[in-house]
Write a new protein. Structure first.
Length: 274
């Protein structure tokens, strides 16, 4: 304490000077509109520059990962194109381009994985054509569903949410299942409604069934980790490893189903009759 008093006494004039400068700047800022605007603009410029540098560094750090993801996606696209006998992507026939779904690329700007109900925000909104109930996928699989949209942003309910229920199927036999999350490990999901007569082994692939209006058929969800061996019940459950790493979610695609309204209209007709 004695050393502190000695320090304050030794530099008391300098400290008084700093205090008076702060008071003067505060008074000028509060009483002068011009000075207030100038200081505010300078502050915004500095903050904007810092954010710009931070964003640039972040983009640079994930550039290698994004390039790897793009190469993987290109490889998948070329594999699918060969099914139509297309060797050169520039010569794709119109029959192949007449797709039911459209994909809009976006970036995740905020994300949570530690809550029971998790969400993530994407830098695309209504001005980009995004609406609620659109599916969201990462380069490696299903990620979530859009639940709220503003002009420039959209909020997606993550698969890591108690209300998320994804319609899936076994890739090798087309048996339908449902995928949920129990709120524990963000890498592990629950496979429900598996018929007991289906032979299931660890490593079996689960993909989207195409039975919803949100996700196309065949989008990766995960691989079987283990399955319940209680065959006294008609339907059993198990666990799977999610193909999407939600902790590193960054680049995503928002999916638009052009036939969704027509499908919902027909289903409403059937519902009205029941």
């Amino acid at each position: 304490m004695r050393n502190l008093f000695q320090f304050l006494w030794r530099f008391n004039f300098f400290i008084y000077f700093i205090v008076l400068e702060i008071i003067c700047i505060t008074l000028i800022y509060r009483t002068s509109y011009y000075q207030k605007s100038a200081l505010f603009s300078a502050s915004n410029s500095i903050t904007g520059r810092i954010n710009e540098i931070s964003t640039g560094i972040t983009s640079y750090l994930v550039l290698s990962r994004e390039n790897t993801q793009l190469r993987q996606e290109n490889a998948h696209l070329r594999k699918y194109l060969t099914r139509y006998g297309v060797a050169n992507p520039d010569t794709i026939p119109d029959s192949v381009l007449n797709f039911k779904f459209e994909y809009l690329a976006g970036k995740v700007i905020s994300n949570s994985i530690n809550n029971r109900n998790n969400y993530f925000m994407i830098d695309k909104g209504t001005r980009d054509g995004v609406t609620t109930d659109m599916g969201v996928i990462s380069y490696s699989g299903v990620a979530g569903i859009i639940v709220a949209v503003s002009s420039k942003y959209s909020l997606a309910m993550s698969v890591l949410h108690k209300n998320a229920r994804i319609s899936g199927k076994f890739k090798n036999n087309n048996q339908l299942v449902n995928i949920t999350w129990n709120g524990n490990n963000h890498r592990i999901g629950t496979v429900e409604d598996v018929p007991t007569y289906v032979v299931v082994t660890a490593g079996d692939t689960i993909v989207t069934s195409g039975r919803s209006h949100i996700f196309p058929e065949g989008i990766m969800i995960g691989t079987i980790r283990e399955i319940d061996q209680n065959y006294d019940k008609p339907l059993i459950s198990g666990t799977l490893d999610f193909s999407t790493d939600f902790n590193s979610l960054y680049g995503v695609y928002i999916i638009r189903n052009f036939d969704r309204q027509e499908q919902l209209f027909l289903e409403s007709k059937v519902t009205d009759e029941q």
